[in-house]
Design a protein around this ligand. Structure first.
Ligand code: UTP
Length: 277
């Protein structure tokens, strides 16, 4: 079954400069918790234990976050503040963390390929931490996708309906609906203009991938923007066999830009932080 989750976190985060000049985008806090911690929690809650993080230059704070800070813990031991570290400590105690570096930022597909030594030859999940996904009503998005994987045993991408004038920001799929909210993908276009988009079903930052994806990425030439796109490799996988797209239950905030980040902050403050969740 699926045990490992890959977190590509090597991007430059140019939409959030200057905040991301010397700090990883994934360490931006939503209220008092960094994006990467929400992402790791989602994976842990989906039953995954091995967290594999693809980092890059200037991203060391990610490794320090999932490590014990003896001095700090000593300072706050026995005080009210101890509770603020309890969640992070629990992740450190229950999960393993491994890291590799993407030395050249050649796109999401390339970042996933860089994670191959940490994943090996088994199906795995991918979470882009700057897409914050929450489902207050039930299972998180990754848990929903893992349920689906158990049934279909093929790669799955999470999708969301977006306004037509936003398709240029996403990979967009076309496919036949096989059951409620589940599509069999037959076409995929990276960042199409509204007139070229095959639908308004956009891929967001959650994937389940079967390990044959690695060889397909390795054979993929740079596409749009000179980057190695995961959508090109997924397209080949869809042609060879089957890729599903899943309209998930829950909310998604694009925290890679100011607007989504602010929305997420307001939402989490009201629905999580104030309620002690
Ligand atoms: P984005 O498209 O959001 O790019 O990457 P970015 O560089 O992080 O941010 P902007 O657009 O410049 O503001 C989507 C995800 O893929 C990772 C990013 O860290 C993010 O989680 N990524 C992207 C890599 O790990 N390596 C890359 O070469 C590109």
């Amino acid at each position: 079954m699926i045990r490992k989750c890959l977190f590509p976190a090597a991007g430059y985060g140019t939409r959030f400069l200057p905040a991301t000049k010397a700090m990883p985008k994934e360490m931006l806090p939503i209220v008092n918790k960094p994006l990467i911690e929400y992402a790791v929690e989602e994976a842990r809650d989906a039953g995954l234990q091995h967290m594999a993080i693809v980092t890059g230059r200037g991203k060391r704070a990610l490794e320090d976050h999932f490590d014990i800070s003896y001095e700090l813990e000593h300072q706050i031991r026995g005080t009210e503040k101890e509770k603020f570290l309890a969640g992070t400590r629990d992740l450190i105690d229950t999960c393993t963390f491994s890291y590799t570096r993407q030395v050249e930022m050649k796109g999401l597909g390339h970042a996933i390929l860089s994670g191959r030594p940490l994943i090996g030859d088994e199906p795995f999940a991918v979470v882009l931490a700057d897409d914050l996904c929450l489902n207050l009503e039930g299972d998180g998005v990754l848990a929903q996708m893992i349920q689906l994987y158990k049934k279909f045993r093929c790669s799955i991408v999470a999708i969301q309906e977006v306004p037509r004038d936003q398709t240029h920001k996403y990979g967009v799929i076309a496919g036949e609906q096989i059951s409620d909210g589940i599509y069999r993908v037959n076409s995929m276009v990276e960042k199409p203009s509204p007139q070229d988009a095959p639908s308004n079903l956009a891929i967001i930052g959650r994937y389940i991938l079967t390990p044959d994806i690695f060889d397909l990425i390795a054979d993929t030439q740079p596409g749009k923007g000179g980057e190695i796109q995961i959508t090109d490799a997924l397209m080949k996988q869809a042609q060879n066999g089957c890729v599903l797209a899943y309209k998930f239950k829950g909310m998604r905030f694009d925290c890679g830009g100011a607007e989504g980040y602010l929305e997420a902050t307001n939402f989490c403050y009201e629905h999580l932080y104030l309620k002690g969740r």
